[in-house]
Design a protein around this ligand. Structure first.
Ligand code: BJW
Ligand code: ZN
Length: 283
């Protein structure tokens, strides 16, 4: 395993298919808590991951919607950080050509916060051109998408309204885990404008199939370089992508605060905050 920037830059020079996989650590410097470790992972007294399940929603739509409302309000106040911009510039072919001249690139993110899309819009606007960027796949969905729960409806919308509905407004200020929690009536939660059924947040919950998973697995099977940024690599199937790239002889570069689960796959390991390390290595 190497931490040599020169060796990694040499690898980039010969790369043809690059797969970037990012996780919550990418948005940490924007002020969004990660899911595991640090201050992340707890909302009121609930483990956040335990609320990101169909079973939790079936048990209490009010609680799960309050959790996502709190999270939407937090993310609405954030902006992309330098790590988002480095990876976004890498997605622009004319910029990438300078360090990886023969490459195609796809960025698969587990993040649902939309900050990569925001950074891309800003970078494209600043370039003042309509160059086609690399594809971004948001495999765990989007926090600001809202989906109808009726099986035969299929309604989805992007909704950045604050609050998403009047009844949830202000519940984000309720942080006391010990006293009784506010309850929002089902009728007052977001409902589908098409069929009238209850809506749910548009993220991928445990037990659900990640978006575009077959495309993502095929990308891992083809990639000769996989750049993994800010993920603990405990959630499948994203956690398996590095070893899938290694299995056919591809190289893996990991950017993380600490030696994460990916370290055993890593040919290159760049430890430290990715908002600094990405700029040093790729900027
Ligand atoms: C920094 C940094 C800085 C910090 N710089 N680094 C048993 C029962 C039921 C299910 C399963 C089971 N066993 C396995 C499963 C499958 C399950 C799973 O993996 N569970 C494990 C946890 C046990 N997976 C699924 O169910 C998935 N679906 C699936 O497998 O379908 C089957 C299928 C597969 C393939 C083909 C076809 C079908 C779905 C997973 C959905 C995950 N959803 C969530 C929530 C979405 C958002 C929401 O609604 O709230 O996605 S969970 C949460 O974890 C979120 C994240 O995207 C995901 C990954 O987290 P991530 O990004 O790695 O964050 P952290 O916090 O864990 O790590 C942060 C890292 O950053 C750390 O390493 C830090 O060191 C680092 N860091 N600051 C650099 N500044
Ligand atoms: Zn509907």
């Amino acid at each position: 395993m190497s931490d040599s920037i020169d060796d990694f830059r040499r690898e980039l020079l010969s790369s043809k298919k690059i797969l970037v996989l990012s996780g919550a650590g990418l948005s940490a410097a924007s002020g969004i808590p990660t899911y595991r470790g640090g201050s992340g992972g707890l909302w009121r007294n609930y483990n956040s991951a335990s609320l990101a399940t169909p079973a939790a929603f079936a048990e209490s739509q009010s609680r799960v919607w309050q959790f996502y409302h709190h999270w939407r309000e937090l993310v609405l106040k954030t902006v992309p950080n330098p790590a988002h911009y480095v990876l976004t510039r890498l997605a622009i072919p004319s910029i990438r050509r300078k360090i990886a001249p023969h490459s195609e690139l796809t960025h698969v993110t587990q993040n649902v916060d939309g900050l990569l899309t925001q950074a891309l819009a800003e970078v494209q606007a600043s370039l003042g051109e309509s160059e086609q960027p690399a594809e971004l796949i948001e495999m765990h969905g989007r926090l600001f998408d809202v989906k109808c729960t009726a099986h035969d409806c299929g309604y989805t919308e992007t909704n950045r309204q604050s609050p998403i509905c009047p009844a949830l407004g202000g519940t984000e200020n309720f942080v006391d885990a010990d006293s009784s929690q506010p309850v929002v009536r089902r009728a007052d939660l977001p409902h589908c404008p098409k069929c009238g059924q209850l809506c749910r947040p548009g993220t991928v919950w445990f037990g659900e199939r990640p978006d575009r998973i077959l495309d993502i697995l095929a990308l891992a099977d083809e990639a000769d370089l996989c750049i993994i940024v800010g993920t603990s690599a405990v959630v499948q199937p994203a956690s398996k992508l590095g070893s899938r790239v290694k299995a056919h002889g591809g190289k893996v570069a990991v950017f993380n605060l600490e030696t994460s689960n990916h370290a055993e796959d890593a040919d290159f390991l760049f430890l430290g905050p990715c908002e600094k390390r990405l700029e040093e290595v790729l900027g």
